[in-house]
Design a protein around this ligand. Structure first.
Ligand code: PMT
Length: 204
């Protein structure tokens, strides 16, 4: 109830994507962790507090989802035990050990569902960005992955700007440094064109 493990994500990138998708005509649902930002009233917002809750909300959304974009910085591990009362400092112990357990991999589970939407993941990396992103594209069975280098102070976590390299199995697209609102529009144009070519090739 007092201290928790978190990260630097502000929600700006995800919320920019939601607003851009809505302005391009999509019907949008945002599954958001604790984010201090507002959304247009025409966007449906489901608030969750944990990866487990987000996982459940994502799976529940599948019957009505054509395109799933995973921009949330979900923790790979969570504390095994969540305390109900404040953990007090121990006078006789200079160290404490927290046991962490693996969280469900939300987008990997969405991408392996029976009624599978077009799946777009993100990769937040500090090094070997392309190699790790391509590894995630394959391992999580995604259609697209948007990689950002979060070691650069002017982009990524909490900044108003971002730059992305987007990979499909056989293509690469570069979105240079610009505002997250503009990045969102550029990324959605790529998603839209890749989604349409996938859909059309299925129709042939
Ligand atoms: O919120 P901002 O301050 O605007 O910052 C934007 C951002 C840096 C958070 C965003 O651009 C970004 O990179 N989001 C993904 C962050 C992340 O968790 O990346 P990852 O490489 O650890 O995860 C890979 C993919 O798996 C992501 O699509 C992630 O949403 C997904 N994932 C991760 C863990 C998990 N348990 N379940 C998941 O679905």
């Amino acid at each position: 109830p007092v201290r928790y493990i978190s990260n630097h994500s502000s929600g700006k990138m995800g919320f920019s994507l939601a607003e851009a998708a809505m302005s391009m005509g999509a019907s949008v649902t945002v599954i958001a962790g604790p984010v201090n930002l507002s959304l247009s009233s025409t966007i449906k917002r489901l608030n969750v507090k944990s990866a487990v809750e987000m996982h459940q909300a994502a799976l529940n959304s599948l019957p009505t989802t054509d395109i799933f974009i995973a921009c949330a910085a979900v923790a790979d591990y969570r504390a095994e035990q969540v305390q109900n009362e404040k953990m007090k400092k121990q006078a006789d112990n200079d160290t404490i050990t927290l046991t962490l357990v693996k969280n469900p991999d939300i987008i990997a589970d969405v991408a392996s569902a029976k009624k599978r939407p077009f799946c777009v993941g993100f990769a937040a990396e500090t090094n070997d960005v392309e190699a790790y992103a391509l590894g995630k594209l394959k391992r999580k069975n995604l259609d697209l992955i948007a990689a950002n280098d979060v070691s650069i102070g002017t982009q990524g976590f909490n900044s108003d700007n971002n730059a992305l390299t987007v990979f499909s199995k056989d293509k690469r697209f570069d979105i240079t440094l610009m505002s997250k609102k503009e990045v969102a529009i550029q990324l959605l144009k790529i998603i839209s064109s890749e989604y349409q070519s996938r859909y059309q090739s299925h129709m042939l």
